[in-house]
Design a protein around this ligand. Structure first.
Ligand code: TPP
Ligand code: MG
Length: 365
């Protein structure tokens, strides 16, 4: 370790101060990649290259990047439908992510999941789920399996699962049942509420009691719970890392109220009548990417203006290449691929019961 690095470690006031420059620059690059990726996603949607529901992550980049920086590559994660940022931060290639939205065979789910269902087994990403709160029992299950493998089967390392959900999911019954179960059985999952203040067009104070103290929801179940500023990637890392380490070590659950904001509408068609432009601008003024770039350039002094410009150019090129790849990739073959690995019944308008009544043979059986 160089003298400068040793000195920095000694004088570190916060955990992220002691990390190498490259790590922090990597966070900035990852956040920028997500921002640019989402800009191009919106364009492609407007050009009708992407169909179905589509929710962009712009504004929330520090949440996925900061939390994923705290875990190991073997730790499972699961999230809701606003999932492009998690997929990219977890290591999915922009090509696989964009091709999925274009409905192409080269997408992470062979083009059959789309924007809401990013899935990446090698990177331990288990979706992408469209039903609000549906991923919360799945997070409990993934974490239970991890603990079972480590403790009972004596296989693999101690893991911790990250389960992300929106503020709109905190009143779902399945979520409360999950909190109860993971507390009773000491299951190592951390529920991360990406609290962007809105559930579609409904502000959190209109649907959630004691919304200003969301972390109390976790405490009620005896789960260690923290509030974190999700607009500062360093704060996310510094506050989240000790929680991850403790939950992994003690094989216990955790709960985070991660305060953030989304810059664009809920999905691609949202006139946003429920909030003012001034409100959006107030949040944009605290932008997590601009904030991190300024910190690295002006305070930490490890990034020059020129390097920042080069990074922006490189990311633009990187995403442009992913767009070309997605555009040029083939669609799934209708005869062989389209109806495989999906829950669709291939005989149009006939359910299995009707098929039985009509005496038809189910080609899947
Ligand atoms: C069980 C269920 N109810 C309603 C919906 C319709 N719906 C889709 S997204 C959404 C809002 C969820 O907001 P939040 O959890 O805060 O996530 P965000 O979009 O802010 O990321 C709703 C109500 C749904 N998908 N599932
Ligand atoms: Mg929300």
């Amino acid at each position: 370790m160089s003298q400068a690095a040793t000195d920095r470690e000694k004088s570190a006031k916060r955990a992220s101060d002691a990390l190498p420059d490259e790590t922090l620059i990597g966070w900035l690059r990852d956040m920028l990649l997500i921002r640019e990726f989402e800009n191009r996603t919106m364009q492609a949607y407007q050009q009708a290259k992407i169909g179905g529901f589509c929710h962009v992550y712009t504004g929330q980049e520090a949440c996925a990047v900061g939390t994923i920086a705290c875990i190991e590559p073997y730790d499972p994660i699961v999230t809701a439908y606003r999932d492009h940022g998690h997929a990219l931060a977890r290591g999915m290639s922009p090509e696989a992510c964009m091709a999925e939205m274009f409905g192409k065979i080269t997408g992470c789910a062979k083009g059959k999941g789309g924007s809401m269902h990013m899935f990446d087994r090698p990177n331990e990403l288990y979706g992408g789920h469209g039903i609000v709160g549906a991923q919360t029992p799945l997070g409990a299950g993934l974490a239970f399996a991890s603990r079972y493998y480590w403790e009972v089967m004596e296989q693999g390392p101690k893991k911790v699962c990250l389960c992300y959900l929106g503020d709109g999911a905190v009143d779902q019954g399945a979520f409360h049942e999950s909190l109860n179960l993971v507390a009773v059985h000491s299951i190592p999952v951390i529920y991360i509420i990406e609290n962007n203040g809105y559930s579609m067009g409904t502000a959190i104070h209109r649907h959630t009691a004691n919304h200003a103290n969301l972390h109390r929801r976790g405490e009620t179940y005896g789960i260690k719970s923290v509030f974190i500023d999700g607009f500062d990637v360093r704060d996310v890392y510094d506050a989240f890392k000790p929680l991850v380490d403790e939950c992994r070590d003690l094989q216990r659950p955790g709960f985070v109220d991660l305060k953030t904001y989304r810059y664009h509408g809920h999905s691609m068609s949202d006139p946003q009548k429920y909030r003012s432009k001034e409100e959006v601008d107030r949040w944009k003024a605290k932008d997590p990417i601009a904030r991190m770039a300024a910190y690295l350039m002006d305070e930490r002094g490890c990034l020059s203006e020129e390097e920042w410009g080069t990074m922006e150019d490189e990311i633009k090129e990187r995403v442009k290449a992913a767009m070309v790849f997605a555009d040029q990739s083939p669609a799934p073959e209708a005869a062989t691929e389209l109806a495989s690995d999906v829950y669709a019944y291939p005989i149009k308008n006939l359910s299995p019961i009707e098929t039985y009544r009509h005496g038809l043979k189910n080609p899947l059986l």
